[in-house]
Design a protein around this ligand. Structure first.
Ligand code: ADP
Length: 907
């Protein structure tokens, strides 16, 4: 036995020392080995059992064990010991603790030790337990505690203190004597009614209340007259009823008396008994009347307030219901609840579960049943509740509770439900949640860098990949950290203040092109950003963070900076040049002139901008200038034009203007860059040259004609007898012819230059003049076969000889520039409204870049010039003749394979 006790102690403490509140703690903490009881492990079984009972018992219990009467007591006993004896009493002797009454109780204790139980109701003990001696009363029971061997080991004292009860009883006793006085002093009136005489007697108080005269007997009706009009019938009926034997004779009614003189109202309750004779006829009805005005008014007030509460509950905006019994029958459901259920008003008395079967799988029945069974109220918040109304499920959210209803006996008889409809709130919350989700989605997919920084430490709550790129950080490095902790590189650049400002004022902040140093490729670089900080508000509208949007504009800024720099360089360069330099936009509007233009024209930038470039162009050149310029802008071909510009002193000087389009990588024109070079001196020199050629050739014409005439005469004079002389003269004649032709060409060229070439216009058959020309040429052509193909049906109007001159020119060139070939093909064909003539050879051909230029005066293809004789004016003259006929002359060629010259003439 003791072994097992020891074992128990080693694990959980002594089994008989469990619980017991403060005394339990003290008993367990006590070192019992220092007391006469010794180590608890050695305690006899009966003591152990009693200690365990004592600790578990709420009533005052006390053990005095052994010869020393060593004390053990529980929490219930503590008040009896008061503050002075407790806690010292534990573990010491009763003789010590109760020294002052040991005289009285000592003999009793000894009696108990001899097996004599003893009890004392209302035992008075003068105890000094609160620092002063007081009379205390106890119901005491002293019983023996026996050990296993039957011997009494100690005294068990169970005590119920009756000090207070005793005092009350004493007081009552004392007051008994005062009862009569008390009855008088209570507001009772007495009456006695005789139904036979219909008269009654009463005490003075009643008479006073009813305003009756002081007669001995009074007519009942007199009294009834003083009852409030509304109550008179009722009282009369009640009296009548009580007089009947079958009523049992009990008379008990409440009514109002109105004093006939003072009109003082008094609510009274009258109680009485009817007395019957052997014939069951009432001969007396007597009793008392009590003034219950105050109580009645109070009760009515209570009723009124109950009524108010009831109607408040009825009309309460929140749903309230009461369900009775296990079946949960609806006893009460207010308007609001009925409205939410939407099951009509015919629900009272029906089972809650029948009315709302849809609650079955929403666990609501489970909860309400549990409340009914356990009495533990159930509360829930924001609970989703689906209710089927008109066949449709409506979703609600409620804060609701089920509370048990208990009757006076404490038995649960029903459950009451309170609810608050928080559907709107929940829907709003859900909407906010949804919009938050949307926002999150938007941020993650946004084409610009975005993030949400939460709280006053700006913790990175959400950021998209672009933001990570901009920060130059990975998600792991910055997410869920204060931004300046994750991105210390951005610290102390003024962003903390800006963020803080937006967070506290709620004002959005935005800025463009702000430089910020950020990590880039393991280095720190300046990055330029456009950014917006917007306050981020939670559902309650309170700022809970910042929504940041940023765009890295470094590339754009540096690009536009580069462009600016380049433009700057271009202007510097352009302004330092003596040539006029200008630019134009895609549409051909001039938008820049270098310094030279201003210097030359003497105009200000404003003047040039307002009236345009054309104002300095010579009036005679303007029309053509505009035409050619617009053509260039439209076609995108280079602009090339000679015109005169007015200088600041009013003089005009010739300029050669060129402009080329600047294209982007896709080939789209971005702008035009133009130059105008002063060619006045060159022009003048050319003029002098032309003048000289003109004069020289003119002067040569006459001596040449004379020489030719004499050579003709000489040929006639010579005969075949002198063949050698004849041959020489023939050669000389041919050379003079060639010279004559050259002079003629030179003259033609200068005439063209001066606009003096005249035309004799007629209409003729082009086939004919072609054949004629070719027949003539065949006479002197030895190595080449001249072949005509095609023909023209229409007649042509123009200068026959000049057109023949063009043909001769082209065919001569074809022969001259195809020394190794043997054929020239002249082809004539008609096209819509015009004739097209081509002269094709199979000679040396012309490199592409010379194709346009060979029609200029004196222009010859350099590489060939040395090998072939010529002046470079044949094509110039031909081109002019064709232009004057409103036709076009051009060449196509493949070097080494030959050339084809085309011209067209309109009919
Ligand atoms: P010229 O023949 O007197 O030099 P042109 O005005 O007739 O002057 O021709 C100009 C230039 O065009 C020539 O110098 C020559 O280089 C080139 N050319 C003209 N016709 C031909 C052709 N059929 N084949 C090759 N080159 C030609």
């Amino acid at each position: 036995m003791q072994d097992s006790v020891r074992q128990l102690r080693s694990t959980t403490g002594y089994y008989f020392m469990q619980g017991g509140g403060q005394m339990g703690d003290l008993i367990r903490a006590k070192d019992w080995s220092k007391t006469p009881l010794g180590d608890p492990a050695t305690w006899p079984q009966s003591l152990c059992t009693m200690v365990s009972v004592l600790l578990e018992n709420p009533f005052a219990m006390y053990i005095a064990w052994g010869e020393e009467f060593t004390q053990i007591y529980n929490d219930g006993y503590r008040p009896i010991l008061g503050n002075t004896k407790h806690p010292a009493a534990l573990g010491i002797s009763t003789t010590e603790t109760f020294a002052e009454i040991w005289e009285i109780i000592g003999p009793m204790f000894n009696g108990v030790m001899n097996g004599q139980a003893i009890g004392f109701p209302d035992l008075m003990l003068p105890l000094s337990r609160n620092g002063y001696t007081e009379e205390c009363y106890f119901d005491f029971a002293y019983s023996p505690i026996r050990k296993e061997n039957g011997e009494v080991g100690g005294v068990l004292v169970t005590v119920i203190e009756t000090t207070n009860k005793k005092k009350a009883e004493d007081a009552l006793q004392e007051s008994k004597g005062q009862l009569q006085f008390a009855v008088e002093s209570t507001e009772l009136a007495t009456w006695d009614y005789n139904p036979v005489t219909n008269k009654f007697t009463s005490n003075d108080r009643l008479k006073e209340w009813f305003g009756l005269k002081d007669d001995y007997e009074i007519e009942l009706q007199h009294a009834i007259n003083s009852i409030a009009a509304d109550d008179q019938d009722r009282v009369a009926r009640k009296i009548e009823q009580s007089l009947k034997f079958t009523s049992g004779g009990k008379y008990d009614i409440e009514f109002t008396i109105v004093h006939p003189v003072t009109f003082k109202e008094r609510i009274v309750r009258t109680k009485g008994n009817a007395w019957y004779d052997d014939n069951k006829i009432a001969y007396r009805l007597n009793g008392t009347i009590q003034d219950i005005t105050e109580q009645a008014l109070a009760r009515r007030k209570l009723e009124q307030s109950e009524e108010q509460i009831r109607s408040m509950v009825e009309t309460a905006p929140f749903p309230i219901g009461v369900y009775i019994g296990e079946e949960m029958k609806v006893q009460f459901a207010n308007e609001s609840l009925l409205g939410i259920w939407g099951k009509g008003n015919d629900v009272f008395g029906k089972s809650f579960k029948q009315i709302l079967p849809e609650f079955e799988n929403q666990e609501i029945f489970k909860h309400i049943d549990a409340v009914y069974l356990t009495g533990v109220p159930y509360h829930t918040k924001n609970q989703q509740v689906d209710i089927v109304r008109d066949g449709k499920t409506s979703r609600f959210y409620f804060n609701y509770s089920f509370t048990p209803l208990t009757d006076a006996a404490g038995k649960i008889y029903g459950v009451m439900s309170f609810a608050a409809d928080v559907t709107d709130l929940n829907i709003a919350k859900l909407a906010i949640q949804k919009s938050e989700e949307n926002l999150r989605g938007t941020i993650l997919q946004a084409p610009v860098a975005m993030c949400i920084l939460r709280g006053e430490n700006f913790i990175v709550e959400l950021a998209n990949d672009r933001m990570f790129e901009l920060w130059g950080k990975s998600a792991v490095e910055v997410m869920h950290k204060p931004i300046f902790e994750g991105l210390p590189e951005a610290k102390d650049q003024g962003f903390e203040e800006i963020l803080h400002g937006v967070y506290t004022t709620g004002k959005t902040f935005s800025a463009d092109g702000v430089p910020i140093t950020l990590p880039r490729n393991g280095d720190i670089e300046i990055v330029y950003v456009n950014f917006v900080y917007e306050p981020y508000r939670n559902a309650d509208g309170i700022i809970s963070g910042i929504l940041a949007v940023a765009v890295d504009v470094t590339a754009q800024l540096t690009a536009s900076k580069n462009i600016e720099e380049r433009e700057q360089k271009f202007r510097l360069l352009a302004d330092s040049m003596p040539q006029h330099i200008w630019t134009a936009d895609v549409d051909g509007n001039l938008n820049y002139y270098n310094q030279s233009v201003y210097d030359y024209s003497g105009l200000t930038q404003q003047q040039l901008d307002e009236k345009g470039w054309i104002q300095i162009v010579h009036p005679d050149d303007r029309e053509e200038n505009v035409k050619v310029w617009l053509q260039a802008v439209q076609t995108g071909h280079a602009f090339h034009f000679e015109h005169r510009f007015q200088r600041s002193d009013g003089a005009y000087r010739w300029q050669l203007s060129r402009a080329v389009p600047q294209r982007d990588d896709a080939g789209n024109i971005q702008m035009w860059v133009g130059t105008s070079t002063d060619i006045q001196e060159m022009k003048e020199m050319n003029q002098q040259k032309d003048d000289f050629i003109s004069i020289a050739s003119h002067e040569m014409k006459t001596p040449l004609a004379t020489a030719k005439g004499y050579l003709q005469l000489l040929l006639l004079a010579l005969n075949e007898e002198n063949p050698t002389s004849f041959l020489y003269v023939t050669k000389a004649n041919q050379a003079v012819d060639r010279l004559h032709n050259l002079v003629k060409e030179l003259l033609d060229a200068s005439k063209i230059q001066n606009g003096q070439l005249h035309y004799n216009i007629s209409t003729f058959d082009f086939n004919e003049i072609t054949e004629e020309t070719i027949e003539n040429m065949k006479l002197t052509t030895k190595n080449h076969r001249l072949q005509i193909t095609g023909s023209c049906l229409h007649l042509v109007t123009g200068d026959k000889e000049r057109l023949q001159q063009v043909l001769i020119n082209l065919i001569n060139n074809a022969i001259k520039y195809s020394p190794d070939a043997h054929e020239v093909i002249i082809h004539i064909e008609e096209q819509a409204g015009k004739i097209q003539v081509s002269v094709q050879d199979f000679g040396i051909g012309i490199p592409k870049h010379h194709l346009d230029k060979i029609f200029e005066r004196y222009y010859r293809v350099e590489e060939q010039a040395a090998h072939f004789q010529g002046l470079g004016i044949g094509l110039f003259i031909s081109g002019n003749i064709i232009h004057r006929h409103k036709g076009r002359l051009w060449a196509e060629s493949e070097p080494g394979e030959g050339s084809t010259f085309y011209f067209t003439l309109p009919f």
